[in-house]
Design a protein around this ligand. Sequence first.
Ligand SMILES: Nc1nc2c(c(=O)[nH]1)N[C@H]1C(S)=C(S)[C@@H](COP(=O)(O)OP(=O)(O)OC[C@H]3O[C@@H](n4cnc5c(N)ncnc54)[C@H](O)[C@@H]3O)O[C@H]1N2
Ligand code: MOO
Length: 433
Amino acid sequence: MSNTIWSVDEHLDDILAAVRPLEPIDLQLPDAQGCVLVEDVTVAMALPPFDNSSMDGYAVRVADVAGASEEFPAVLTVIGDVAAGSDALPTVGPGQAARIMTGAPLPPGAEAVVPVEWTDGGAGQGAATTMRPAGDAPEGASGQVRVHRAADARAHVRARGSDVQVGDLALRAGTVLGPPQIGLLAAIGRGTVKVRPRPRVVVLSTGSELIQPGEELREGQIYDSNSFALAAAARDAGAIAYRVGAVTDDAAVLRDTIEDQLIRADLLVTTGGVSVGAYDVVKEALSFSGDQDQPGSGVDFRKLKMQPGKPQGFGSIGPDHTPLLALPGNPVSSYVSFELFVRPAIRTLMGLDDVHRPTVRAVLKSGKALSSPADRRQFLRGRHDADAGTVSPVGGAGSHLIAALALADCLIVIPEETTSAEPDSEVDVILLG
Ligand SMILES: Nc1nc2c(c(=O)[nH]1)N[C@H]1C(S)=C(S)[C@@H](COP(=O)(O)OP(=O)(O)OC[C@H]3O[C@@H](n4cnc5c(N)ncnc54)[C@H](O)[C@@H]3O)O[C@H]1N2
Ligand code: MOO
């Protein structure tokens, strides 16, 4: 690690300059959720594909129901049922009606649909409120129906192409596929789409003191929480996350483990082992991992003007130059580092435009001034009140305070030049969503 101290922005710029969006692939629709579309999708079929009824009722000819009223109903002969999905359609002639269901194709000859509530439903009594089920009352598909109201041409008919027409642009390249977009693709019959895939992110924690939750702790041991938090954060950012449980503080074991993981990684994230201790093996294992013939490969370890999160590593590893971010081990440091550096990297790999968390200004509500180290950008945990436009600190600045982090919904940013943030002053707040 050199003695140069880098700014948060320089480090982030270096990361984002090195990370490229993943190559697009064809994915099945359910797997494409949250991904960025890389093709313009044009519509190969009209929606709706055919004229169809928007109501359960009777398909009629306009002239047959002209002037109809409850007192003087139009009496029509029911020639059959048209259910959604029907393909053999009866032709509706003068004086005839076909019973029709919502979504069913408008049969030839018919010009409008009258809802069942405008008729006697074929029962010969007053206005119907519902159709009788075809199974219980098959006679409903025949006999007579009394229509109590007139209908204009095309009433309750959803026209072919009234949603989209053949050749229309359904979705533009660059669209992020959320549920409605997935729905549209399915509606126009697309089973697969070309998108940038979710990055596969392997999260490794390091430290001989770490035990998996659920197991028994011995003296001096703690539970590995970082790999769980970071894998969850990676998933939350849009990645497919693989969590590798704690690797012991042995540089050779760590190198082997990382090399084994390369096969399934678009991005590697380690936590712990990056400071100046005698057992800080990530640095030891990765500092000299660059291929001499490959410019830009290898992992660079730096100190940043940042608290928490001062020691950081970034570079690439393996034959495919897989990007690797080495985060510090303190739980809050690793999480804050993830938010600032790994999340934007994941979102860049996904090809998203918007890679950063939203930042807002808020008035600091605190019983006392908050002290912050000189020449460090400090990220304190806070709770943001959007209605009041205020933010309050949660817990102290210590990078081991996991419980306070779990209560926070934002990070309060105290700039490098500020050593004391006064109550009621305005601060930047990163919303964690
Ligand atoms: N002499 C110095 N000591 C330290 C410096 C320094 O500049 N000079 N920097 C401090 C800062 S700042 C940080 S941050 C930490 C970073 O240390 P490492 O990245 O080497 O992390 P470790 O030493 O492995 O662990 C630190 C701390 O976090 C706990 N930890 C680690 N991994 C996990 C995990 N997966 N789950 C839960 N907790 C974890 C670990 O037990 C330690 O308590 O270095 C400072 N020291
Ligand atoms: O700068 Mo280290 O990340 O607290 O605590």
